[in-house]
Design a binder for this molecule. Structure first.
Ligand code: F0G
Length: 455
């Protein structure tokens, strides 16, 4: 049998709403031509993000009823802590309401103006939480990772030569070395165990702590199992445990590989850092045994972290993402290759060569997909990454459009529909025009910027 089927059946369903093209035109205009500002009810298939949008299992819904809502010392916290510790091995486990809260608490405590944080590629909230401390976020992913069509098994790997050089030349400024698994902003690409081992060795030789941005650790572990020599016989959980064992700490959004709708954590070994982080947590998130989460959230995450490393789930997850990528590939639509774990990334700059990067080819494609078929995707390109702290704007390294696949949510026929819609958009691509920004906030502008077509 080679059909990959969903390793679950559906117990509960939620209707989705069909709209006409006219309704979508009105809705998009009303949203300032930014799909982030749409009402979700006006979206048929929502591929904006895989974050917090997945379907929970019957066991997770059951676990919700086990939630202990005690303010301090809740039983649900101890269950959560034991699952996270079993997986990561870290000494201190601090729940937060989502991943960026863990980032904010960590960076606010450890960064001083002028400090430098190195990562393969910082996610946007990670970068923003560093820059808000007047520190620098520098991306050192391997060169292969920046070429969308280039096939490489671990395009999320850190450039070890560049890391070594940066530490030798600017080591005084470097506060932390991080690796994001999988590398979301670089196409959801995995990082090899070998690379993680080397990053740890280099960072530690220079006396720098090494943290993992672990949002999609299970998908990364599965890629290691499939692609890295000598790893086939291991379970995804064993691989994940080794990944974490190499690091001094991690930030985690449980909205991804926690299979939960909300939550996250910061986990680390350093006692002094942990104490400072817990003190800030109390100020902004809550008491250290709930950190902005309900007891039932902690239960859902604990159960999700058990399910996410199951082999049958990861097999289906990685192959169903590749299924969409292959369909687009067959139709000649340029994508980041090989496909990532949680999303298919379309290379909008290559697909729409007549739209210059500063007229946002990613937005041109995202808006066309919505108008064509009610599908919502997200630009990961010049709108998201093009501005700099000094206020200037330059094209991002790539102009990608991400079709993020929520976990366990859509069936294969939904995905077939997405592929058909994209093929239709690609047919009419020469008519797609660029966009200009008419209003935008200073930071994280992609969430709320308003657009107008270029005349
Ligand atoms: N790090 C990475 C690699 C992420 O992808 C995200 C979120 C975060 C940190 C922050 O976590 O949302 O729980 O605060 N990514 C989502 C996305 C939003 O759509 O890729 P959060």
């Amino acid at each position: 049998m080679h059909t990959i089927i969903e390793p679950f059946r559906i117990k509960s369903v939620e209707p989705i709403r069909f709209t006409t093209r006219e309704e979508r035109e009105t809705a998009l205009q009303g949203a300032g031509n930014n799909v982030f500002l749409l009402h979700a009810d006006d979206v048929l298939i929502d591929l904006l993000t895989d974050s917090g949008t997945g379907a929970m299992s019957a066991a997770q819904w059951g676990a919700l009823m086990q939630g202990d809502e005690s303010y301090a010392g809740s039983r649900s916290y101890y269950r959560f802590e034991s699952v996270v510790r079993d997986l990561t091995g870290f000494r201190h486990i601090i729940p937060t309401h989502q991943g960026r809260a863990a980032e904010r608490i960590l960076f606010h405590n450890i960064l001083r103006p002028g400090d430098l944080v190195i990562n393969n590629t910082h996610f946007d909230t990670t970068r923003a939480n560093i820059e808000v401390e007047d520190a620098e976020a520098r991306d050192l992913v391997i060169e292969e990772g920046k070429i969308p069509g280039f096939i490489h098994p671990f395009k999320g790997n850190m450039d070890l030569v560049a890391l070594e050089k940066t530490l030798a030349q600017e080591g005084d400024r470097v506060r932390l070395v991080m690796v994001t698994v999988t590398n979301n902003s670089g196409g959801g690409q995995p990082v090899s165990l070998e690379n993680l081992r080397s990053v740890r060795e280099i960072a530690h030789r220079h006396g720098k702590p090494f943290f993992i941005d672990a949002c999609r650790f299970a998908e990364n572990a599965y890629f290691i199992k499939m692609r890295e020599s000598g790893q086939r016989h291991r379970t995804p959980k064993e691989i994940a445990q080794e990944m974490f064992s190499l690091a001094d700490g991690c930030t985690m959004s449980a909205k991804k590989d926690g299979l939960a709708n909300m939550g996250g954590f910061l986990a680390l070994n350093d006692d002094a850092w942990a104490e400072a982080c817990r003190n800030l947590l109390i100020l902004t998130e809550g008491f250290p045994t709930y950190g902005g989460l309900a007891g039932y959230d902690l239960e859902a995450i604990a159960q999700g972290l058990v399910e996410v490393v199951e082999e049958s789930y990861l097999h289906y997850r990685i192959h169903s993402t590749a299924y969409l990528a292959n369909k687009l590939d067959e139709a000649g639509i340029p994508t980041v290759k090989p496909p990532g774990g949680h999303a298919v990334y379309i290379d909008a700059r290559t697909m729409l060569p007549h739209v210059p990067p500063l007229e946002y080819p990613g937005i041109a494609l995202v808006n066309a997909m919505y108008l064509e078929a009610g599908i919502r995707a997200v630009e990961i390109g010049t709108v998201m990454f093009g501005t700099h702290p000094d206020g200037t704007e330059t094209p991002a390294a790539m102009d990608l459009v991400r079709l993020a696949i929520p976990r366990r949510l859509y069936t294969q026929s939904h995905i077939d529909y997405v592929a058909e819609a994209l093929i239709e958009v690609a047919r009419g691509k020469s008519a797609l025009r660029g966009w200009k920004i008419t209003r935008a906030p200073k930071a994280l502008r992609h969430f709320t910027a308003q657009f107008q077509p270029v005349a």
